[in-house]
Design a protein around this ligand. Structure first.
Ligand code: ATP
Length: 414
């Protein structure tokens, strides 16, 4: 059966300085185009190690996608190693060199001679243009595999995968496209949810249904395989239809997008603007919002008000409210949300104030007590979540999920 392998190349990856996110992305794309991925290999720049890993992958798989090690410096050895396995010399490609030169000079960057290395390819390889960076990739036959070598920079890798690899994969005989769909659930434990949807989580079901858990949010992943992408998507939709009634209030969001992106879309669709005020999450909500392209239409800004003084000074929280209720209280959360919205002229204000631990808990307000406020057009409501004390990081991440839940559950009439 036709199958692929992924090779992530770079010393930073094997030394743990950098997490290999390319392989995950490539796998999702290949599988959604009907090509199953059998193995990831992460290997450093050492030529012997790299040659062994590349040769093995090309012996086992029909398609190998490698990323990294195409840079101009001498420690980037991917092109040499591929040439050695092909049994052909490296050859200078004048057209590719022209692309590299043009890319650099159009950005008013110098064109060092060392970049000429990036126009060397194994004789017989096909050069793959890189419209968003300097390093062109290449494609070459090694053993039973078609090997695609792409740059390591994720932004460049993604464009080149779309342009050069996926059309090849889609045209492979016997490609069985897959489609995916996600249901995001907040509320039940993994075990409780597992019981509720047990009938769907059986081996060899098509669509397959699985769950992944992170900081209190559960993602139900539906994956279907069919003769066409459209048929696979329809099968996912049918399974989602069956699951929805079992999830009820737990179901927070749907689709392939992440929660911050869905929250931004939700606010934009409703024409709402938002300001945030965060204490224990220290700006995590604001940071995730600003990861989303197009957020400027809805996000006015955020305050990180960690001390009492900053809650008073930055947000105008009433000193008496703070003294009477304490910084972690629904009254203060409401005042923070209102203050943030007022100060930045936003229609919505969202606040988080809590005890992330490990210190600072009391019998009344144990570690994991987190209060939230949501002010809408001058009226604020607030609520408290008792997050299990599974560590500071867990508490903060769960609090961030609650912020997305608050935005996604806004009534549509707000
Ligand atoms: P370029 O010539 O454009 O620098 P390259 O092919 O030489 O590309 P590398 O030098 O291996 O790429 O990596 C460049 C950067 O891309 C790395 O510093 C890292 O930030 C990122 N990167 C490389 N491989 C991966 C990976 N597998 N997952 C995520 N990021 C990666």
């Amino acid at each position: 059966m036709t199958a692929a392998e992924i090779l992530a190349i770079g010393d930073e990856l094997v030394h743990g300085a950098l997490l290999d996110t390319n392989s995950r992305y490539i796998t999702r794309e290949l599988e959604s185009h009907g090509l199953p991925v059998r193995r990831f290999t992460v290997v450093g720049d050492d030529p012997q190690q790299l040659a062994a890993a590349m040769a093995d992958a090309c012996r086992r798989a029909d398609v190998v996608v490698a990323t990294g090690g195409l840079g101009p410096t001498l420690d980037d050895r991917t092109r040499e190693v591929a040439a050695e396995l092909v049994g052909a010399p490296l050859q200078f490609d004048a057209a590719a060199w022209e692309m590299v030169r043009q890319y650099l000079s159009s950005r008013r960057r110098p064109v060092p001679e060392s970049n000429r290395r990036q126009a060397l390819f194994p004789l017989g390889a096909t050069v793959l243009s890189n419209p968003v960076g300097t390093a062109p990739g290449f494609r070459v036959r090694i053993d039973r595999a078609e090997l695609f070598v792409l740059p390591g920079v994720p932004r460049e890798m993604r464009v080149m995968l779309q342009d050069h690899v996926l059309p090849f994969v889609a045209a492979l005989p016997g490609a069985r496209p897959t489609a995916q769909y996600y249901l995001r659930v907040v509320g039940p434990s993994e075990a409780l949810l597992g019981e509720r949807i047990a009938a769907f989580m059986v081996a060899d079901r098509n669509p397959a249904v699985g769950v992944t858990v992170s900081a209190g949010m559960i993602t139900i992943r539906i994956v279907a395989t069919a003769a066409t992408a459209a048929a696979a998507a329809a099968m996912c939709a049918a399974t989602a239809d069956e699951l929805r009634p079992l999830l009820g209030e737990w179901l927070l969001a749907e689709g392939l997008a992440e929660l911050p992106e869905l929250a931004v879309r939700r606010l934009a669709a409703a024409g709402l603007t938002l300001a945030t005020a965060e204490s224990c999450t220290g700006g995590l909500v604001a940071a995730a919002l600003t990861d989303v392209a197009g957020v400027s239409a809805v996000f006015r800004g955020g305050f990180v008000t960690y001390s009492d003084a900053s809650k008073l000074g930055e947000l105008g929280v009433d000193a008496a409210v703070l003294a009477d209720h304490g910084a972690v209280s629904e009254a203060v959360a409401a005042a923070m949300a209102t203050g943030a919205a007022n100060r930045l002229g936003a229609r919505l204000g969202l606040s988080v104030t809590g005890i992330a631990g490990p210190d600072g808990g009391t019998p009344d307000k144990p570690v994991g007590t987190v209060c939230f406020g949501l002010a809408a057009d001058g009226r604020a409501r607030s609520w408290t979540l008792r997050i299990p004390d599974l560590g500071r990081d867990f508490i903060r991440q769960r609090a961030v999920v609650e912020a997305w839940a608050a935005l996604l559950r806004l009534p549509t009439s707000t």
